[in-house]
Structures are given as C-alpha cells and as structure tokens.
Design a binder for this molecule. Structure first.
Ligand SMILES: Cc1cc2nc3c(=O)[nH]c(=O)nc-3n(C[C@H](O)[C@H](O)[C@H](O)COP(=O)(O)O)c2cc1C
Length: 337
C-alpha cells in the first residue's frame, strides 16, 4: 500500500523555532560532541542535538556534563537531558536554558542498563505517569520548546510509543522523535519505520523517524512508511558528517552537495581531529578521536595497509597523526591498487 508522502518542502518549526530542513543529526553519547555537530551543521544538517546529559549530574556541575552543554555554532542549540526525577530534570532544564539552550529534548530512548536501572531513558516508557510528569516539569521550568526522543516501546508486547507520545504532547512536548526499535532490541534487528506511523497519527506535533537511515533512498522510504515530518540520522553520519546535509538537500529536490573525496578530506579530518583534542585536552582527545579516524577511513574505503591504519589509529602524537592524515587521505600513503 502506498502511503501519503509528507510535505517535506515547506518549513518545519518546533515551538516557534524555525528549522531549516528535514534531516537531523541524532544525539550519540561520546560521538556527537561539539566538533562532530559543527561539521554536520556546516554541511547542512537541519538540526543537531547534544549528547545525552544526566540531569542530576549537570545540576551539581559535573565537568563532563557541563562540557556536553556547550553550544556548537550555526543552528538552534538543542540540549538533551536524561533523568527520572522531575526536580532534577526541571533544574537541569534551567541550567541548560541559562547556558543558551534553545530547545530541550528529553531522553526516553536510551537502552543502557546503567540508565534504565534508574528508570531513566527507555525505562520511562514502562512508567507512563512518571514519563509524563517529567515532561510537565521541564515544560514548566523553562520557556523553551520541549521535545522527546523515544523508542517504539519497551518490548514487542508493549509498543506504547503512541500513548507515551500523546501524553508527552499533553504535557507540552512540541516534537517527538521515534527510533523504530524497542528497548529490548537494543540495536539489533531492523528499525521498523512503519510502526512510527501510529505515533504520527496519535499526535499533532511534528514526528521525526529514526533508525537505520543512512542515505537518501532510505530516508525517503522511512518518511513514506512512517508519514513522519523529518528524519534523524545517527550512525550513518559517522565518518561522513555531510550525509545529513546531503539527505536534507535531496529531500527538497535540491542538488546534493558532493561527497568530499581524496585530498578534500584532509582539512575536514584534521579539523575534526583538532576539534576533539581541544574539546577534551590532548591526553583524552587522542583516544576520543580514534573512532572518528577509523570511521573516516571506513567511509572513504581507501586501500590502506593494516600497518598504516594501525599507526594512525594508535598514535598518541598529534603531529604524527596529522602527518598521517595528510599522507593517507591525500593519497601518498595508499597501497597500489
Ligand atoms: C554510541 C551511541 C550513542 C547514543 N547516544 C544517544 C544519546 O545520548 N541520546 C539519544 O537519544 N540517543 C542516543 N543514541 C541513539 C541514537 O540517537 C539513534 O536513536 C540510534 O542510533 C538509531 O539511529 P541510527 O540507526 O541512525 O544510528 C545513541 C546511539 C549510539 C550508537
């Protein structure tokens, strides 16, 4: 059956905040830090979201939570809070507002045991009254638009995203993002975009479909099956932060910005690497940057010897890594085909 395709050409707004297009970068703890968000924004993402910030820890000034609160330029500053106590969530929302947040997102989706054991993240989907009260508390505490990101439900016997979304909207939420998996799936199986349609039908605010969207074709299919207003891309943007902007352009029929290739990648990868070093300091940064270097290599699919890859990924010496980035992405250190 063909479903109606949502009108993705006209403007989208979240509580009065104009959003420039319909493809967003998903929040990913440890990955979508400020350097990654800056790149995705520059290459045309419609929205980027901070890493999940633990609300109680933020209110006590926990250094890493405060770091996660920092703004990346160019787009509305959307800050994601996690927690399961209304008081902490409200206080954290105020801290985020004072720090310049434009939109507060609440995490109802994280499947990690250390988060769900405290009834935060996706565990909130099992306690609808508590989930609703958190949205209410945050919406009362700040003048900012509040949004919620969730999964389809806890497991296949409780696909209650439509009910949770309706409650969240009653409590003041102005946009709902749904990762088309249950908590018990973690990241296994495939995202079920068609299940997101019941959420679209349950609420009047924009719904964003998420999970396994990696390119324009999949974005169109996800929008078609779900009827959602926008897509959110997470892992598909690793090592290729321009993908979100490419999808955004294609969805409105604009020419897609070209994929950077070969030597064009050199300044981008160096900027990301140096951004991570300055975000975390060199000692932590050299380790935090490894996964990104590996993803850039993987996405570029370069003929590289294992030894050279290892050298770049494992080096603790920033100037050596930068020279390797130049040699590898510039082409001088590649294996003969
Ligand atoms: C390493 C990792 C960290 C994540 N951290 C967060 C987070 O902080 N907040 C959140 O709402 N979702 C988080 N997610 C979930 C993603 O936002 C997204 O819902 C999920 O990865 C599915 O989308 P994708 O297939 O496009 O990656 C994380 C996912 C991954 C893989």
């Amino acid at each position: 059956m063909m479903h109606s395709v949502p009108d993705t050409a006209s403007g989208l707004s979240i509580g009065g905040q104009a959003i420039r297009n319909r493809a967003f970068l998903a929040p990913m703890a440890g990955i979508t830090d400020r350097p990654m968000r800056m790149l995705a924004a520059r290459y045309g993402a419609g929205l980027v979201v901070s890493e999940m910030i633990a609300s109680a820890a933020l209110t006590t000034g926990h250094q890493d939570m405060v770091r996660k609160l920092s703004r990346s330029p160019g787009l509305p500053h959307m800050v994601q809070l996690a927690g399961c106590e209304a008081e902490w969530m409200a206080q954290a929302a105020k801290v985020a507002e004072d720090a310049g947040a434009d939109i507060i997102d609440i995490n109802f989706g994280c499947p990690a045991k250390r988060v769900t054991n405290g009834y935060a993240g996706s565990a909130l989907m099992r306690v609808p009254d508590l989930a609703q009260s958190l949205v209410e508390a945050v919406a009362r505490a700040t003048a900012l638009p509040v949004t919620v990101k969730m999964r389809l439900g806890w497991d296949d016997d409780s696909l209650n995203a439509p009910d949770i979304a309706r409650r969240a909207v009653d409590a003041g939420a102005q946009m709902i993002t749904v990762h088309g998996r249950t908590r018990q799936q973690f990241y296994k199986g495939e995202a079920r975009w068609e299940q997101v349609r019941a959420v679209v039908e349950a609420v009047t605010v924009p719904v964003v479909v998420n999970g396994d969207i990696t390119d324009v074709a999949r974005a169109r299919e996800a929008l078609d099956l779900s009827g959602a207003a926008a897509v959110m891309i997470g892992r598909g943007a690793q090592g290729q932060p321009w993908v979100v902007g490419q999808v955004a352009a294609a969805l409105v029929g604009e020419a897609m910005p070209a994929t950077p290739e070969g030597a064009e990648l050199v300044p981008i990868v160096i900027e990301h690497y140096e951004g991570v070093l300055s975000e975390y300091g060199v000692e932590v940064g050299v380790r935090a940057a490894r996964k990104h270097l590996d993803w850039y290599l993987e996405a570029a699919n370069l003929p590289l010897s294992k030894a050279t890859r290892k050298l770049m990924i494992e080096s603790q010496n920033p100037s050596e890594v930068i020279a390797l980035i130049e040699g590898i992405f510039g082409g001088d250190m590649l294996e003969a085909a």
